[in-house]
Design a protein around this ligand. Structure first.
Ligand code: AMP
Ligand code: MG
Length: 328
């Protein structure tokens, strides 16, 4: 299959045509690029799992362009869910609600709940609107690989596997949406993201944060290896340990690289590094592109620990998975 990469109106038109034909289309959102199909077409949904190499027990998020899409997906919207939606939608958040019987179980991986998201990216919104149906979409990477934040990233993983990539430039947020489960008594964050626990608690009073320990696999996806570069990756707790790990790796003949904030990069004494910028938002926006670049130029990746405050806690949730939990 030939993979087209298109921009602008032509891309939206072609994308909507392909969705109507039951095909899979990659599209930009403010978080990461998604791999979309008509959520109500089971054959099309199957193609997402095939293109990604994703296990079928990992559910997909369903994307809508406006609130009218909601009633196709759920019949029960709690007061809490409404409050979260009016505060943060459209935006980088996914709300888990009871699924309507019309939502195929292949989308929800057999769960009685569905993850609903309304992206804020203008291209995503136009695309979904043009499709006229909710779009089921996971991130547009091969299963377990780093999530894509540019059309180039998608092309590297999906060339020959999907008919179209809609190019909408670089993603503004840079990591996947926050997932909040509003289907049970206590609102629970299943995946941290740019909408933080503190921001949600302001709206809801209290939320349970995902502790990292999966006792019951509520979101089956949580048990899989994720966001993994193709070479060994570790997290360094400070500048000295980053420099030490770099020198040890170099001595072993590996080609190391350090991913760091600008202020840390200045202290690395000329060691090869990728600078992810200064602010927390910069770090979040640039982390996946840095991991993509690092696996291309190096054989050993050392990533600075960016801290746990605000969005950095969410960034570290991904980086720790990339590193398989290894710290130095
Ligand atoms: P991705 O789009 O690749 O970031 O993956 C979507 C993720 O959303 C999955 O791995 C799940 O963790 C989560 N998810 C989607 N639907 C549900 C649901 N109904 N219940 C819990 N988690 C979900
Ligand atoms: Mg993903």
């Amino acid at each position: 299959m030939r993979t087209l990469v298109l921009k602008g109106k032509e891309a939206i038109k072609k994308g909507a045509e392909l969705i109507a034909l039951g095909e899979v289309v990659a599209f930009p959102t403010e978080t990461v690029y998604g791999l979309g199909a008509d959520a109500f077409n089971e054959e099309a949904v199957k193609k997402i799992f095939a293109a990604k190499g994703r296990p079928s027990d990992n559910p997909l998020i369903v994307h809508i362009a406006d609130i009218s899409g909601l009633e196709k997906l759920t019949e029960e919207v709690s007061e809490g869910a409404k409050a979260v939606m009016s505060a943060f939608m459209p935006g980088p958040i996914t709300v888990i609600m009871k699924r309507s019987k019309k939502v195929p179980l292949s989308v929800t991986a057999g769960l009685e709940t569905v993850g609903i998201r309304m992206p804020s990216h203008p291209v995503a919104r136009e695309f979904i609107k043009a499709c006229g149906t909710p779009i089921a979409a996971p991130s547009a990477n091969r299963s377990t690989h780093i999530s894509p934040t540019s059309a180039e990233h998608v092309f590297e993983d999906m060339d020959g596997r999907v008919p179209l990539i809609i190019d909408g430039g670089d993603c503004e947020v840079g990591i996947e949406s926050t997932i909040i489960d509003m289907s049970t008594g206590v609102p629970t964050i299943l995946r941290p993201g740019a909408i933080t626990a503190e921001m949600l608690a302001k709206i809801l009073g209290a939320v349970k944060t995902f502790s990292g320990k999966v006792v019951v696999a509520k979101a089956p996806g949580m048990k899989y290896k994720h966001y993994a570069p193709s070479c060994e990756t570790v997290v360094a707790t400070d500048v000295d340990s980053a420099a030490q790990a770099y020198d040890d790796a170099a001595e072993k003949g590996l080609v190391p690289v350090i991913i760091a904030r600008s202020s840390t990069a200045a202290k690395l004494g000329g060691r090869t590094h990728i600078d992810v910028g200064d602010t927390d938002a910069d770090v979040c926006r640039n982390i996946y592109a840095a991991l993509h670049r690092a696996e291309k130029i190096a054989g050993f990746i050392i990533c600075e620990h960016f801290g746990e405050k605000g969005v950095c806690g969410s960034v570290m949730n991904r980086v720790m998975k990339s590193a398989g939990g290894k710290t130095v």
